[in-house]
Design a protein around this ligand. Structure first.
Ligand code: GYE
Length: 302
């Protein structure tokens, strides 16, 4: 039988499926929507979801994966908090015959250790953000970067893509992490504002997700900065991000879609039935702008 095919294959249904989903945390609105997407899909299809929340700690995620291997789940959908350090536990899953789908962020482990990766093209998101700065500042500018969790596929990809596309006359004068959370972004932005004068020392900020963007706005408001004084581009496209565009704080929001549950469920069932699946499935995404943000906000799902 092909790797991952279950005993019920090729006739497995969702009733036969136990999906392990060791979620990495609850750090952002993106993450909350992602979790809901998996839980809703499990309820809709009727498969069992073994859910846990690692609170952004890799060791918690690794323990959760080990528990799922012990339990003998049908499939593990793993959203890795960081890229490195997965080889051992992925090898354990492989040796136990349990297929792993890497979800959302990437891993640096050998690709033979997992069946597929489903998620966004983080580099492309960074490039799209760079395009916005290039358009806005043809004569150059100085900008700041508020980046995501250090070592995470999302932050690494966005930072790399951004730098690969940013015009040479636009200088990133500083870059600090806010760990993808609103709470941690506030002091980082405050420290930036103590060091650099908004509008004079820097004209824009690239922010790796909307939650950090909202934290940054809190700090900017407190410092007397007004919407539009700075050119701010964020990532995700959450309702909070849309509101920030409507309020004039964000000038663009690069979409990152968290609603991955349906795709992952469908692929899991195929694997259980011994069907071939694609090694890399990228989410189709766009960029949102303030001009129609008010019109789109009511239909946003997260
Ligand atoms: O952009 C951010 C979340 O991994 C794509 O993680 C995800 C990122 C998302 O905390 O809001």
């Amino acid at each position: 039988a092909p790797f991952g095919q279950a005993a019920c294959g090729p006739n497995c249904t969702y009733k036969d499926m136990v999906m392990c989903f060791p979620q990495l945390g609850a750090e952002s609105d993106w993450r909350t929507a992602d979790t809901a997407s998996f839980k809703d899909e499990a309820a809709k299809d009727g498969f069992q979801l073994v859910f846990s929340d690692a609170q952004q700690k890799q060791e918690n995620q690794i323990s959760a994966v080990r528990a799922c291997i012990q339990q003998g789940v049908s499939v593990i959908a793993l959203p890795p908090v960081v890229e490195d350090g997965w080889d051992a536990v992925l090898t354990e899953a492989h040796n136990a015959g349990i297929p792993v789908i890497i979800v959302d962020r990437s891993v640096s482990a050998d690709a033979s250790l997992y069946v597929s990766h489903i998620g966004s093209d983080m580099k492309l998101e960074g490039q799209r953000a760079a395009d916005e700065f290039n358009k806005k500042f043809p004569d150059g500018a100085k900008i700041l970067e508020l980046s995501g969790t250090t070592g995470s596929g999302a932050a690494v990809g966005r930072a790399e893509g951004f730098r690969s596309k940013l015009n040479a006359n636009i200088e990133i004068i500083d870059s600090q992490t806010g760990n993808f959370t609103r709470a941690e972004a506030v002091p980082v932005m405050q420290a930036f504002l103590q060091k650099y004068k908004a509008g004079t020392d820097f004209q824009g900020i690239f922010i790796h997700n909307d939650d950090m963007g909202l934290g940054a706005i809190e700090a900017l408001k407190a410092a007397g900065v007004k919407p539009g004084d700075l050119f701010i581009v964020s990532v995700d496209g959450t309702r909070g991000g849309f509101q920030a565009m409507i309020d004039g704080w964000f000038q663009a929001d690069v979409e990152c879609n968290p609603l991955l549950g349906p795709q992952v469920a469908e692929m899991s069932l195929k694997i259980m039935n011994g069907q071939a699946v694609e090694k890399n499935v990228l989410t189709n995404e766009t960029v949102y702008y303030p001009d129609n943000a008010a019109e789109l906000l009511p239909s946003r799902k997260y």
